[in-house]
Ligand binder design. Sequence first.
Ligand code: UT7
Length: 338
Amino acid sequence: MNYKSRIAGVGGYVPENVFKNTDLEKMLDTSDEWIVQRTGIEQRHWVSKEQSTSDLALKATEEALADAGIDKSEIDMIVFATLSPDHDFPGAGCFLQAKLGLSNIPAFDIRQQCSGFIYAMSMADQYLRCGTYKNILVIGAEIHSKGLDKTPNGRGVSVLFGDGAGAVILQRTEVKDPSKDGHILVSHLHADGKYAKELWLPAPGTGFPVDSRINEQMLAEGAHYASMNGKTVFVHATKRMAETLLNSCKEVGVELSDIDLFLFHQANLRINSKVAEILGIPEEKVFNTIQKYGNTTAATIPLGMRDAVKAGALKRGMLVASAAFGSGFTWGSSIYRY
Ligand code: UT7
């Protein structure tokens, strides 16, 4: 059988509490003007203390299941992309599985940060195309707000990130008319570990020459907060996202002008504008959500997909391209007919 996979349903969830840039001004020694000018972000959603990452994922999953019109018992596997799991181990996929009341099916986490959803979707695609499974739940979910340095020391990172979850049901399908039927055409995945420390969260970790994963000195130095060389990430992100998109298009014989909608990772509005400029993509074909959600890392692409469907910007049969870049460095792209 010549199987492909299609997005049968999509869902998303962001917590209720909204933090506008002006709410961060006192806390972080920043300004609404700086954040909007440099990033495009106007607000973000942060969880209440009772919520965990798998709680957000559960809500997104329920919406995706309803959209796909399937019961949770039909899920064959859970692939959960997150850099902010409920606990160090086991993975958030296992906690989500229990909350869904499921057992036996495989559940695992993908730790590819901003590229997590592209990696997760590509891995699920392999299992569907070879016929092993019929329905795979692919999640991107993050709670950043519980791990941000909310003092002026953290302003370079903490203004950027929001909490949220997005989910898709990826379903095995047989494509009769590739110009109309939903399916993933291609995914490309990449990494370059020599840049691992340009955007990372060092502690807790075993990479320190001490006998514990975290100690008071690490805490005093803020090694338990993410640190980023923003300019280096920015430069590599624009270059690599444009490059991987072109390569994906080339492999399947698609012109950039054939793509109806671009759902990029949401790290910075200026990154997405620059990628559009490099590739000559009209800005109106790029669907952005960073203004209201900030960077929700693994959740940005499925959340954007959910919002684009709700806004009527994404309809069945449209050709979509996604690309992401982030910590690792990792990056990738995917072209799919929705
Ligand atoms: O999704 C994960 C991947 N992450 C990314 O793709 C992020 C890529 N990088 C970026 O988006 C941008 O580099 C940032 C938005 C993070 C920073 O923008 P920038 O234009 O590169 O600013 P900068 O880091 O060079 O800082 C410029 C100035 C500095 O002050 P001085 O040295 O010029 O006096 C910073 O101290 O802005 C200052 N600054 C701030 N000021 C107010 C840094 N953060 C803030 C802040 N509020 N939050």
